[in-house]
Design a protein around this ligand. Sequence first.
Ligand code: ZN
Length: 119
Amino acid sequence: MIYDATNWVHLDDDDNTEWYYDKVNKKVISTSNLNDEQREFMGMKKFARKCEVCEKLFNEGYCIDSGESYYCSQKCLNKEITDKEFLEMFDEGKGDSYWTSWEDEDEFSFWEDGSEIDE
Ligand SMILES: [Zn+2]
């Protein structure tokens, strides 16, 4: 497969390791671990939570029981919790289960490739 500068990023060489980011397949080509700085440099997106059902990463979705579980959509929520159950848990905003969005960088936990962000 041939890559050009728009979909293939050659990162700085670090000791004997070469770092590449394949934008087409969204994969880092290297056997070593990347650090947050390198991921930042590659322009990887950050996400707050991971869906319990489909494992999709998201910044807007359902938070259940103050973070016991998270769902990206109503469809995924309904795989484990019915709308009726959710409404009872939501309790008109008084409960610990609700739909929300995360915007604060400090709350982002995952890189777009699914790895966890180190703090
Ligand atoms: Zn989902």
